[in-house]
Design a protein around this ligand. Structure first.
Ligand SMILES: CCCCCCCC/C=C\CC(=O)SCCNC(=O)CCNC(=O)[C@H](O)C(C)(C)COP(=O)(O)OP(=O)(O)OC[C@H]1O[C@@H](n2cnc3c(N)ncnc32)[C@H](O)[C@@H]1OP(=O)(O)O
Length: 581
């Protein structure tokens, strides 16, 4: 009976075509909401649907409605033989149903929402076309249901997929469960569903939840599609329905009851609580991630921001470990470009996402150097004048590792392959461990390198307490031109974080310290021993070529001392009345 209907449907497609699909079927069209686009290839008959609903391709009512309609139209379009579903987001195929549709729902909308989700599943699962999913990112819950409704799944490594509904305190619908059983078998399915298992692509391949892994799932799907399209459509389609017919029939029969259950089940207090907690965790997980990242880089970002006018025309080369946060901040702060070299896969998602967002302003290389870039900056780069106030190029070198081989690589790059005369290039060194600093000093021996004159290491930010404890032992005085140690959680850092106080300090500084530093520091020491020792403590005495940039920091310290210590306050009063240094 079911097969007969299918045959009839296929036969009647011809007459429906003209009605259902716009005349300009081939080419690229976007959804009304711009949440996805369809690229229809006239030659191959393959349509690629690319979901692009930021931030996570989560399926809300409107998105499902539009997507569903598009799939139904393609199902009826004779010239379409294959459909590939993919995502334009760098790390998410689809995050599943939009949890907000189910959290504190409005009854009518909830009903529509589930009806549409059933509809899109049917449109995909019973599509007469060959349907594939190029899963180029995470694909939990509803994302996995969608992928399971296609005929072939190719996934990018490392991302996760699975029916994790139980993790949210909800239950995957019976038809999704059936489709999973059909793919991975009863036992594995029961186990995965009960535990709400999310599998990495590698694990998913082992249990046949996906069919292939590829770094470029879309291309791999397009290639695979050509094999499928070699077969006559009617034979392949009928075989598909022979396999899936019972599941589709069961779904259609139980559809109404399934809807009733859903609208009754979701608003329950216990379910709502579970969904609320899950949502909170989702949000706070992100905040937590950001917080740890930001605290690591915030100092340097601030430092650069305060002198933004000096850095707006600067291109930053960023070598070494990074999570992308600093690069993003730099771009947002107005720097010209950030060029990163990062070959670690772990930060790939964020770096790709930044690449997508900032395009021209962000370049990423897995290998360094890149000859084009080098040539460009060799010529354009470094004029003698104003190098410290308007550098065209700055280097951020991150050493956040104990791995000697990586450190050696970085130092090698820095010494041998960086094409510039370092004498005019500010280098920001970010490091969080003592060993890396020692290695850097020993191995690269920056100061003795002929191509790297003494002021090469412009700013060094060390932001780890243990490292700070080690500093006196390292006796860096001969090694660095400028060493700025900023101790996290110190009063000084607290001040740096406080925008208003910082402004105040700047005013203060302009007033008192608009003089060459060399002349200032001995006087400070003479007049204010406390402050002198603080400065010595902070190695600020080594900032012998520091210009106004670092006065701000000194001003902060001054302010700090002044606010805590009557003696220093008196000194400042005296200084201000004398108005000279
Ligand atoms: C008889 C009873 C029947 C009952 C039947 C119920 C059947 C239900 C069937 C399917 C259920 C579902 O599909 S529920 C959805 C389940 N989805 C998930 O659990 C995934 C949750 N998301 C994640 O784990 C992650 O976002 C990710 C791994 C997919 C990506 O991580 P990444 O770090 O890259 O991104 P963020 O976490 O920062 O996410 C970005 C942004 O999107 C928001 N987001 C993510 N997923 C969802 C979602 N599913 N719904 C709504 N919003 C989502 C996330 O909160 C971030 O938002 P902010 O930028 O505002 O913080």
């Amino acid at each position: 009976m079911f097969l007969r209907n299918v045959m009839r449907k296929i036969a009647s497609q011809k007459s429906l075509n003209g009605l259902a699909i716009k005349k300009n079927y081939f080419g690229t069209t976007s959804s009304l909401l711009d949440d996805f686009s369809i690229n229809a290839n006239e030659k191959t008959g393959v349509s690629v649907i690319t979901m692009s609903k930021t931030p996570a391709n989560s399926l809300n009512l409107e998105f499902i409605q539009e997507l569903s309609m598009a799939i139904q139209k393609l199902n009826m379009e004779k010239s379409c033989r294959g459909i590939i579903l993919t995502s334009s987001l760098p790390s998410i195929f689809s995050a599943g149903l939009d949890i907000l549709e189910m959290y504190q729902p409005e009854p009518d909308r909830l009903e529509k929402f589930w009806t549409e989700f059933q509809e899109i599943w049917l449109a995909l699962y019973s599509s007469p076309k060959t349907v594939m999913s190029a899963i180029n990112g995470h694909s939990p819950a509803g994302g996995c249901i969608i992928a399971l409704a296609t005929d072939y799944r190719i996934m990018k490594p490392k991302f996760t997929i699975g029916l994790n509904e139980t993790m949210l305190g909800i239950v995957a619908p019976f038809w999704a469960e059936d489709s999973m059983k059909a793919v991975i078998g009863q036992r594995r399915s029961e186990y995965s569903l009960q535990l709400g298992k999310l599998y990495t692509a590698e694990e998913a391949l082992q249990i046949n939840l996906i069919d292939e892994i590829s770094d470029n799932p879309l291309q791999a799907c397009e290639d695979e599609m050509m094999n499928w399209l070699k077969l006559p459509d009617h034979a392949r389609t009928l075989t598909k329905f022979q396999n899936r017919g019972h599941i589709i029939e069961k779904m259609k029969k139980g559809r109404k009851e399934d809807l009733e259950k859903f609208v009754k089940f979701i608003p329950r207090e216990g379910i709502q609580m579970a969904l609320g907690t899950y949502l909170d965790n989702l949000k706070s997980r992100k905040k937590k991630q950001l917080k740890t990242c930001v605290s690591d880089v915030e100092l340097i970002v601030r430092k650069i921001k305060y002198n933004l006018e000096d850095y707006t025309k600067t291109t930053f080369f960023y070598l070494g470990a990074q999570d992308g946060i600093l690069a993003e901040n730099l771009i947002n702060s107005g720097c010209k470009k950030v060029i990163v070299t990062e070959h670690k896969k772990s930060n790939e998602e964020h770096l790709n996402e930044i690449q997508n967002r900032f395009r021209e302003k962000f370049l990423r290389f897995t290998r360094f150097p890149n000859s084009r870039i080098i040539e460009e900056y060799k010529l354009d780069g470094l004029e003698e004048k104003n190098w410290h106030t308007q550098p065209k190029v700055a280097v951020i070198l991150t050493l956040l590792t104990n791995d000697r081989s990586k450190l050696s690589l970085n130092s090698y790059l820095l010494r041998k392959q960086f094409p510039f005369n370092f004498g005019r290039t500010p280098i920001f060194l970010l490091t969080d461990n003592t060993e890396s600093k020692v290695i850097l000093m020993n191995e690269t021996n920056l100061q003795t390198e002929k191509r790297i004159p003494s002021r090469a290491l412009s700013y060094m930010f060390l932001y780890d307490r243990t490292l700070l404890a080690e500093i006196p032992r390292l006796k860096p005085s001969q090694k660095y031109t400028k060493l700025i140690k900023i101790q996290p959680k110190s009063d000084l850092v607290d001040l740096l974080y406080d925008e208003d106080k910082f402004k105040e300090a700047e005013v203060f500084l302009k007033h008192f310290f608009n003089k060459p530093y060399e002349r200032v520091i001995p006087k400070i020491e003479k007049i204010c021993p406390n402050l002198g020792s603080e400065l010595i403590d902070m190695n600020i005495t080594m900032l012998d070529r520091v210009k106004d940039l670092d006065f701000r920091i000194i001003g902060e310290i001054f302010r700090l001392v002044a606010s805590n210590d009557n003696y220093s306050r008196n000194i400042i009063r005296v200084l201000s009345s004398r108005h000279e240094f």
